[in-house]
Write a protein that binds this ligand. Sequence first.
Ligand SMILES: NC(=O)c1ccc[n+]([C@@H]2O[C@H](COP(=O)([O-])OP(=O)(O)OC[C@H]3O[C@@H](n4cnc5c(N)ncnc54)[C@H](OP(=O)(O)O)[C@@H]3O)[C@@H](O)[C@H]2O)c1
Length: 278
Amino acid sequence: MKVLITGAKGMLGSDLIKILSSDYEVIGIDKETDITEKNKIIKTIMQIKPDLIIHTAAYTDVDGCEVKQDLAFLINGRGTKNVALVSKKLKIPLLYISTDYIFDGKKKSPYIESDTPNPVNIYGKSKLKGEEYIQNLVPNYFIIRTAGLFGKNGKNFVNRILRKAREENVLKVVTDQIQSPTYTIDLAKEIKRVIKTRNCGVYHITNNGECSWYQFAREILHLSQIEDIKLTPITSDELNLPAKRPKYSVLANHHLSETIGDDMASWQDALEQYIRIN
Ligand SMILES: NC(=O)c1ccc[n+]([C@@H]2O[C@H](COP(=O)([O-])OP(=O)(O)OC[C@H]3O[C@@H](n4cnc5c(N)ncnc54)[C@H](OP(=O)(O)O)[C@@H]3O)[C@@H](O)[C@H]2O)c1
């Protein structure tokens, strides 16, 4: 089976290539085949003739999306539509990576797949647009919603905290946004299991457990044995970033548990593993 991965140089895309290559012929494409250039992307993928497309390419800068709203909808919406059109033409399944930010964060317990989306920022709105295009165009789709990714090949919260800990004496991190941090290697392995089932649909896949970004930062510093730093709790209002974030966007791996079982480690174990090998 030939698997095509968009966003292949990104944080998740690069780990998917690593994990899937043991079982499949994997071909990665990235910015050189811009998903917003409809004719080019369709022609390229038609020539490759994959049996499955995994679409990870996206404009992932959440605050950037507020400033460049047209670009956010162009890449995450129209770009995803273009990928969906090829998948429809080739009559092959499409697996799309979506986000916890499609939810508004008003729920007090983990979101399941059938909960109603209501994004509070442009990134979430544009990613939801991508979901809608796929659901309307592709008969055999997987939509995998995940959250708070950390992995070797990308800008992520873990690396940012470790860098800041080297440069500054005080770190201010928010306590009022709760989610489930997720290691890209764990996610890639779980995606591999899901693909093999051929059981399409919407899945939530995150590492298990939940925490605020403050609790996450505390664990990062603890596991890295960094003690000479002051970690200060603050609120999202104090931080005042361009994009509003959901207060509570924990995803329950509900569909996964109901079908093949939830193999995801706790976020603490995943983080320990990541820090140990990177
Ligand atoms: N990161 C998270 O915490 C998180 C959480 C939930 C869901 N997700 C979703 O998970 C997926 C992977 O996220 P990630 O953090 O691995 O993303 P990433 O590291 O930003 O990788 C995305 C890749 O897509 C490329 N790309 C951007 N615009 C493109 C275009 N027009 N045509 C082709 N390629 C393009 C990027 O290139 P450049 O880097 O050169 O722009 C990058 O290599 C995304 O769909 C994201 O929405 C991420």
